[in-house]
Design a protein around this ligand. Structure first.
Ligand code: PTJ
Length: 246
C-alpha cells in the first residue's frame, strides 16, 4: 500500500517509522504492548527534536568500542526491534561478530518464529533463542525474558538490549555483564541502569552505531549518568527553542 505521508511533511521520518511498526504489528512480529511502547518512544523523540543529539553520538562511540572489544557480544532482539530494523541488526551483528538472540517479554512461540524468519530474510546466519534444548534461566527475573540461550545471553560479556522493559538490565548486570541499550527515555529504569545508554531512536541510532563499529574506534571517557544528564539538558534546550518560536 502506498504511504499517505508526503515526503515534505515536517514529521515524515517519524510517521514512516510509525507505519513500519504498525505494518510489523499486522505481520505478527510486534506485541500489542509494543504499539504502546512505540508511542512512549515517539513522545520522547518529539522532545528530542527527532534528531540524534550530541550525547547520543558520544554514547554511540563508547558502545562501538565496547562491542568491538567484547569476547562474546550478543544482540537481544524483541518484536519492536525486529519490526523496525531487522536489516541493521544483521549488519551490526556482522560488523561486531555478535550473536543474535530473540528474547521476548510477551513471549509467544509463533511470534518468535516470525521474528526468526524476518531476521533470516535479512541475512542472519545463526539466530539463538529458539532451541529449547539450549535454554537456561538467569536469576533475579520473573518475566519470560529470564529464559535465555546458554551459548548466547547466558555466556555473553556484553549484551545490547534495545527498547527494553525495566528489570532485565539489572539482572544482566548482577550476572556480571556489560549492558548497552537504545532508549529514547533517559529516565527509564533500563536507561538508568545500563552501562551505556544511547538516547536516540533506534532507527537512526543503529545506523550510526554500525558506521562507528566499522571505523577504528578509540576509547572514549564515558560516564553514563553524566551522559544521561546531558541528554536531559538537550531535551530542555530543545523545548526552550520550541517555546521561543511558538
Ligand atoms: O516484543 P516483546 O514481547 O519483547 O516486547 C517489547 C516491548 C517493547 C513491548 C517491551 O520490551 C516493553 O514493554 O518495553 P517498555 O517497558 O515499553 O520499554 C521500551 C522503551 O523503549 C521505552 O522507554 C520507550 O520510550 C523506548 N522506545 C520505544 N520506541 C523506541 C524506543 N527507544 C528507541 N527507539 C525507539 N524506536
Amino acid at each position: 500500500m502506498k504511504s499517505p505521508i508526503p515526503k515534505s511533511h515536517p514529521r515524515a521520518q517519524s510517521l514512516y517509522i510509525r507505519e513500519k511498526l504498525v505494518a510489523a504489528f499486522d505481520d505478527g512480529l510486534v506485541a500489542k504492548e509494543g504499539l504502546m511502547a512505540h508511542g512512549r518512544g515517539e513522545a520522547f523523540d518529539y522532545l528530542l527534536g527527532e534528531k540524534t543529539a550530541r550525547s547520543a553520538k558520544k554514547a554511540t562511540k563508547a558502545a562501538a568500542f565496547m562491542l568491538m572489544h567484547a569476547q562474546n557480544p550478543v544482540i537481544s532482539v524483541n518484536g519492536n526491534v525486529a519490526g523496525l530494523c531487522p536489516k541493521e541488526i544483521v549488519q551490526l551483528a556482522k560488523a561486531t561478530e555478535a550473536k543474535i538472540e530473540v528474547n521476548l517479554f510477551y513471549s509467544s512461540e509463533e511470534r518468535k518464529r516470525k521474528i526468526h524468519r524476518v531476521l533470516k530474510k535479512n541475512g542472519a546466519v545463526q539466530i539463538l533463542g529458539l532451541n529449547k534444548k539450549n535454554s537456561i534461566r538467569i536469576s533475579g527475573l520473573d518475566s519470560a525474558r529470564r529464559i535465555v540461550d546458554v551459548n548466547g545471553i547466558y555466556s555473553a560479556d556484553v549484551v545490547l538490549v534495545p527498547l527494553e522493559d525495566g528489570d532485565r538490565t539489572q539482572a544482566l548486570k548482577n550476572a556480571g555483564k556489560k549492558v548497552i541499550t537504545f532508549d529514547l527515555n533517559p529516565l527509564s529504569r533500563t536507561a538508568q541502569t545500563a552501562d551505556i545508554t544511547i538516547v536516540d531512536n533506534i532507527v537512526r541510532g543503529i545506523r550510526n552505531l554500525i558506521l562507528e563499529c566499522r571505523k577504528n574506534q578509540s576509547k572514549v571517557k564515558f560516564d553514563n549518568k553524566k551522559n544521561l544528564s546531558d541528554a536531559i539538558l538537550e531535551i530542555r534546550d530543545n523545548l526552550t527553542r520550541k517555546a521561543n518560536h511558538a
